[in-house]
Design a protein around this ligand. Structure first.
Ligand code: HPA
Length: 286
């Protein structure tokens, strides 16, 4: 018999978060590098560090604090996740996908992913927001590798990973708030090193508008379990070879913080619309 790594006990983790947080979230929001400022917009926030959840590791990356925050945004119960678990930290599929599964076990029907990325398309300069329209799995890792989790498809469809209707709602909010939000393709690489200029040219040829080290595994795990996904990328630098400077993590954090305010306004406007749409019931996905 093949021995497989058992992941964290998802239901047990969800029970702990629910016990402390007190309400089932409608929306699960994952914050990317340097984007933790949005946590201040959560009302009645109760923090549950990853290290309090069985089978969860702490996170090791500066800017990734590694906790769930259960609370409300504009009155809607949300599960905010500050810090994520990456393949580049050496974690396997069961760990990387675990936070998404906990959010789903708690009842979140919608997953909102945010990330920092390097801009490849000429207009995607630091500080710009991009709504992820599609992605490329160039990390060549499979977050669903291993046994099929309850409620997940073995071979999930990926023909429409990001929900069209929710994207349109995000664009409505952006327009109303005067925030520029263009659509584009997110190219996922494993990292943790940044790319070479030749790799960036290859990514561009493959159709990537931005490049980053997260989001795609979570999207895949969420879609396998039937959750709706919307993802917003914050461009924190020009990708390697396209800007004047070398790419460094400090720059990512600084631009993340600068654009974080805009992202906060966008999410605050979007969450009530997502919740209302969720209440509209099945059939709203697409
Ligand atoms: N490449 C990969 N990941 C990133 C980048 C980048 O240039 N910027 C922020 N995350």
């Amino acid at each position: 018999m093949v021995e497989r790594a058992a992941g964290p006990p998802i239901d047990e983790c969800a029970r702990i978060v629910l016990e402390r947080g007190g309400a089932r979230p409608e929306v699960h929001i994952v914050l990317g590098s340097g984007l933790g400022g949005i946590a201040e917009r959560v009302e009645d926030a109760v923090e549950v560090p990853f290290r309090d959840l069985p089978g969860f590791p702490g996170t090791s990356v500066a800017g990734h604090e590694g906790c769930f925050l259960a609370g409300r945004i504009e009155g809607v119960p949300v599960l905010l996740q500050s810090g994520r678990l990456h393949f580049y930290e050496g974690f396997g599929a069961e760990i990387v996908a675990a936070p998404v599964r906990v959010g789903r076990a708690l009842g979140a029907g919608t997953l909102v992913l945010t990330n920092a990325s390097g801009g490849i398309r000429p207009d995607l300069v630091p500080g710009e927001l991009m709504l992820v329209d599609d992605h490329l799995n160039l990390g060549f890792q499979a977050p669903l590798a291993g046994p099929v989790h309850p409620g997940e498809a073995r071979f999930p469809d990926m023909s429409r990973p990001y929900d069209r209707k929710l994207m349109a709602l995000a664009e409505d909010v952006a327009l109303a708030e005067g925030i520029r939000l263009t659509r584009g393709v997110y190219g996922w690489v494993l990292g943790p090193n940044f790319e070479t200029p030749a790799e960036v040219l290859a990514l561009r040829a493959l159709g990537a508008d931005v490049v980053g080290m997260s989001t795609v595994p979570e999207t895949i795990a969420a879609r396998a379990g039937g959750q709706r996904v919307v993802a917003v990328s914050v461009v924190t630098n020009r990708a390697a070879g396209l800007g004047l400077e070398a790419v460094d993590h400090e720059e990512v954090m600084v631009w993340g913080a600068a654009a974080g305010e805009k992202l906060g306004v966008l999410l605050e406007g979007l969450v009530p619309l997502l919740a209302a749409d969720e209440a509209g019931g099945p059939g709203s996905s697409g």
